[in-house]
Structure formats: C-alpha cells, structure tokens
Design a protein around this ligand. Structure first.
Ligand SMILES: Cc1cc2nc3c(=O)[nH]c(=O)nc-3n(C[C@H](O)[C@H](O)[C@H](O)COP(=O)(O)OP(=O)(O)OC[C@H]3O[C@@H](n4cnc5c(N)ncnc54)[C@H](O)[C@@H]3O)c2cc1C
Length: 386
C-alpha cells in the first residue's frame, strides 16, 4: 500500500492550484452575488485541458484517471471555488467512454476535449420519481429510424451552459419490465438540434447554480443518439454514477479543507478575552474533529478512485466516499461558522457562501439516507428498508 501521490499527480495538483489562485474568493463571491455562471473560470479550465482529464489522448484529451480527476475537482473547491459549474463533464464522460459507439466518440469527444462543445447537463431526476429512479416516466418511443421523447425532468443543472445533455428515459414502461431497472435507455442529446422541443424553466435555489425543470415535448432523436443498447441505460449509468459520487466526494473533501484552513487561521488571529479564540477547546476541537473527518473521507476517495481506475467494482466505496466527504464538509462548515461568530454571516468573509454550497452534497446527487440504506442492505445484508 502506498499512500503517496506520484510526482505527476503532485504536478497536476500544483498546476490546478496555480490556475485557481487567479480566481480567488472575491471572484467566486462576485459570481454568487450576481447569480452568474463562472464563464471565465470554466473557459480557462477548459483551455488548460483539465476538463478533458478523462478523455483518452487519441480523442484529444489528457488520458488521465479518476485519481487525477478527483485531485483537480478537490483543488477547485479547496481554493474557495465551486466545481459544480463544470464537474458534470467529467462524470458523464464515464458512460460515453465505456458504452458509447465508436461514431459517438469520434464525433463528440475531440470537440468536448477542445472545449468547443460542453457536455455539462445530466437529466435523471423527475418530479414524481424522486430518489426512486426506475419510476421515471419520460418515455422514448421508437418510430422507424428515430425516437420521439416526451416527459419532464427536474433539477437538470447547467442546461443553459451546455451543448449536450445525457438523458435517461424509459423505453419500456415500468409496469412491463421484470426487473425494475430494465427498460431504461440513455441518450446523448444535441441541444441545438433539440431546439424548442425542450423547454427549460429555471429553479431559483439557495446556491449560485443554474438548475431547471425540463418539459420535453415530441423531441425527435436519431437512433445514433442512443448510448449502447436500448433498455440497458440504467446499467450504463452506473459507470457515471460511481464516477459522480467519487468526484462530488472529492469536491466535498476540497470544501472541508477550505473550511478547516480558513477556521484555523481565523481562530489563531481573532482575540477575545485577551487570547486567541483557538485556545478554547470549544472552538479548537470542532475544527480538529472536522479535519480528522475530512482526512478519513479523502482516504476512502483514493480507494474508490483506485478501484475505478483498475476497472474493479467500486460502488460501495464510491457511495461511502460521497457520504463521508459530504458529512465531513458539513461538519467543517459548521465548525467554521461557529469559529467566526457573527462574521460567519457576513458575505465578505466567504464562509456563508461555502457553507451553502457544501450543504448541497448531503442531498445531491443522491441523498445520504439512500446511501445508508444501500450500505445496510447491500453491504451488511440487513432487510431492505423501503
Ligand atoms: C441544486 C440541485 C442540483 C441538482 N442537479 C441535478 C442534475 O443535474 N441532474 C439530476 O438528474 N438531478 C439533479 N438534482 C436532483 C438530486 O439528485 C435529487 O434532489 C436527489 O437525488 C433527491 O431526490 P428528491 O429531491 O426527489 O428527494 P426525494 O426522493 O423526494 O427524498 C426526500 C427526502 O426523503 C428521504 N427519503 C426518500 N426515500 C427514503 C427512504 N426509502 N429511506 C430513507 N429516506 C428516504 C431522502 O433521503 C430525502 O432526504 C439536483 C438537486 C439539486 C437540489
């Protein structure tokens, strides 16, 4: 077992740290207060090639692995930024790389790698299905050489900032399948060609994040938009979902580190009762405890990413990474809010923004309760709880 990063991994991390240093807390504060997409940051990151980390070199990408991708996203959040604006490109990629056709890869990957096309949008969640994905109702009906899609999605993020959407639909109704995860299909949708067949209605949220309700009305998709085989979409999705959980967990590790570093510095400098507040165990211990939790989450992340890169099953570790990291980041955020007292609420100190942003990952992309029920049922063999 070797817990050291390789020299090239350290170089990647240092290069991303240097890039992020050009977009400090003030930049992210400005985007947040104007509810603006961090266009300049995403452009710079794309031009430097970091968003193409997982795309093989033959398609113009960096051909890196999940460990490197996780370091990139961690570093963005550790620097005070928010990788949510562009992280989907990394994890949606896993389904395309593993299950996309040669034609899809040839047509899209080089353009995604160069930054010309953005694959930032992922449409799974529906209003009536919620966490029970097999209950989705959006339906793709086959008609000759094309499909016609109708339905609704909710919380589809970055729709306005993306050229492509990875869309999950049913191609066989829930009632007609033997296993409830059968009969779903995955499509790579060109949003320009989709035109007015997809209507997006933005949902205002507590974070700077474009997310939408989608109304899909007679969207015509060519057969070539189908990823892999019809009806097997859910199994393909698992590659992306594991990647998503590892990468989102890495962002939470980054958030956790940002909170711990910020709160530590502040508590050493802020003097009340004639001594630094960090001398008080009531301030010091929650920060130290959060640091321990963030370190543990980071280790689980490396295990999950290493398994992913080795092509081995990593569902359990990916889920546990997302759980541990999102809870650790939240614990660190709470420690930081407490350490700052009233100043934690002042926007110019940045902690309240990061605290709002970090909270998302206890709920999305999968609610932590659902991870615990996965662990109870699949890892511990306890009765299914729902
Ligand atoms: C800002 C934001 C961005 C998002 N972006 C995307 C996106 O780009 N694409 C996309 O597809 N989705 C996206 N989502 C959706 C997100 O993945 C879902 O919100 C999440 O999976 C939970 O689903 P739900 O909101 O329907 O909650 P529900 O399924 O309604 O659950 C509500 C609560 O009940 C609990 N619960 C439900 N069933 C059980 C059970 N059996 N046992 C214990 N507890 C249970 C859950 O843990 C949760 O706390 C986004 C959400 C947000 C808020």
């Amino acid at each position: 077992m070797d817990f050291e990063l390789s020299e090239s991994q350290k170089e990647i991390r240092a290069a991303v740290t240097a890039l992020c240093a050009r977009f400090g807390n003030e930049y992210w504060h400005r985007c947040d207060s104007q509810n603006a997409y961090p266009e300049e940051f995403v452009k710079t990151l794309s031009e430097a090639g970091w968003l193409a980390a997982l795309i093989p070199q033959e398609y113009g990408g960096a051909g890196l692995g999940m460990i490197e991708a996780s370091l990139i996203l961690e570093e963005i959040n550790r620097s005070g930024g928010n990788a949510v604006a562009c992280h989907a490109q990394m994890y949606t990629m896993a389904s395309i790389l593993k299950h996309g056709s040669a034609e899809q890869k040839r047509k899209y990957l080089p353009r995604i790698a160069s930054g010309e096309l953005r694959l930032q949008s992922f449409g799974i969640t529906e209003p009536d299905a919620g966490s029970e994905t097999p209950r989705i109702k959006t339906f793709a009906r086959r008609e000759g050489d094309h499909y016609v899609v109708n339905g609704q999605k909710i919380f589809t993020s970055r729709f306005q900032n993306s050229d492509m959407l990875l869309l999950l639909t049913r191609t066989t109704p829930f009632e007609d399948v033997r296993k409830k995860t059968d009969g779903m299909s995955l499509f790579l949708v060109d949003l320009k060609a989709a035109g007015s067949a997809i209507k997006a209605v933005p949902i205002a949220t507590m974070v700077n994040h474009t997310t939408n309700q989608l109304f899909i009305d007679d969207l015509v998709l060519p057969r070539e938009a189908l990823v892999g085989e019809e009806g097997k979409g859910f199994s393909y999705l698992l590659s992306s979902l594991n990647a998503e959980r590892i990468l989102v967990g890495s962002q939470s590790v980054g958030d956790g580190r940002w909170f711990v570093e910020y709160a530590t510095k502040y508590s050493k400098e802020r003097r009340v009762f004639d001594r630094p507040i960090g001398m008080n165990q009531g301030v010091q211990f929650p920060i130290a405890k959060a640091h321990v939790a963030v370190e543990a989450a980071s280790l689980m992340r490396f295990k999950a990413a290493a398994l992913f890169d080795a092509g081995k099953p990593c569902g359990a570790e990916a889920n546990m990474t997302k759980y541990l990291a999102s809870e650790a980041a939240w614990e660190a955020g709470e420690a930081a809010m407490n350490a700052l007292g009233g100043y934690g609420f002042a926007k110019e100190y940045h902690v309240e923004r990061k605290w709002r942003e970090a909270r998302l990952y206890r709920t999305a992309p999968i609610a932590n309760n659902l991870i615990l029920s996965f662990v109870g049922e699949h890892l511990l063999g306890m009765p299914r709880s729902y």
